[in-house]
Design a binder for this molecule. Sequence first.
Ligand code: F0G
Length: 454
Amino acid sequence: MPVTSVEQSAVQFRFRCIACGDLSDAAGKDFRCKHCGDLLEIIYPQWKQSRPAAAELKSIWLDRKLTSKAVDLSGVWRFRELLPPLADERDAVTLREGNTPLYALPRCARITGVPNLYAKHQGMNPTGSFKDTGMTVAATFARLAGFRWVACASTGNTSASMAAYAARGGMRSLVLVPEGKISWSKLSQALDYGAVTCQLRTDFDGCLRLLQELVLRAPVYQLNSINPFRLEGQKTLAIELLEQLDWNPPDHIIAPGGNLGNSSAIGKSLLEMYELGLISRLPKLSVIQAEGANALVRTLREAHGKSLVSVQAETRATAIRIGNPASWKKAVYVIESTGGVCEQVSEVELAQAKAEIGAEGIGCEPASAVTLAGLKKLLAQGFVKAEETVVLVLTGHVLKDPDFTIDFHNGELFKKEEIDAKAEAALRALRRPPIVLDATLDAVIRTLEQAEKS
Ligand code: F0G
């Protein structure tokens, strides 16, 4: 049974296989090409005949900021001309996602020596991660296709987001997460939003494998980023970013890489905006991974992007603890098309970067912090120049993983043998452990005086 056909959504987009190019008007339940089994992407053939005019689009999108319609209040559906169209806009399942801030990072700018350094903070979405921008679109189309159940495999954020949007859309949700390898905050969100949550004795890659078999056997709709509707929604991160920059493209956009859906979506968006004349220059999109979950780094270095080099993933940044990324081909394509690179960072480097972003008063979850750590490496390599404009994509909120933050500040994140003296000194300077005191004025004043000296 096709789960989404073009008729259902008032025409004007098609599914294209990223490998063999097969075009179809309907996608199967596994969202894979019926000929070669590779992933599908959504394309808009009508743009060739009647291109939306760039200036007109920019002005329509701005005008919508002044209205109070639910679809216009969504920072995703506000850009709906570049999304699969809805026959009736009231069908959108929305929590007013998107609309996320672009922050200057003056402290990190001083640390890196890049004055024009910004963070696009997707952790400021309704469930605290970038997943919401994709989930609003995919959950909407799940409901339009008449599904009662939606399902995903997750390292935590997808499940939190899916559970919320399923609940809003009146659907039930099934979550598959690796037991003991997702943060309590994310797990608690899925429970709170009413998902049926299964902690499987495997890793994320094992959960995703199982999900793909499940969708072929059970009447559930797959909401992982293999689902191309997710990526269409996640494209709006880049559209909103460019609008915030008055359509002046930054030189670099740096995003974390896990299953590689998000970087693929950002890249697709940049290429489409360039094609439509919304921007006159392409930013370079670079992807950063944790050293212990570096499948894309190895795929590019060892196989020149031609075949996937899978890894047994291990990192404290559990959101990106993924060894067999589903969207690796899409990511290779957009990195190469925009002239970006892929780099990896160590556990210590990402922990330091997370504390530095926290000290800006912004904060993010560990997986997001790989972007700042990666930027330092790209600067050292000369790929990023100090005078260039750089945007880091922060993907998750600081409250997503409080255990990591507390262990860091208590000095309990790393074992002695994991960290050399120089790195230990850098981390020590950033630590602010909680101080237990007797409840006396003297004790508090002494602490204040000591802190002033440090
Ligand atoms: N940052 C955060 C906070 C994430 O949750 C994820 C992925 C990524 C980065 C990587 O994005 O997979 O599109 O390359 N989290 C998924 C999940 C896998 O299940 O929540 P990606």
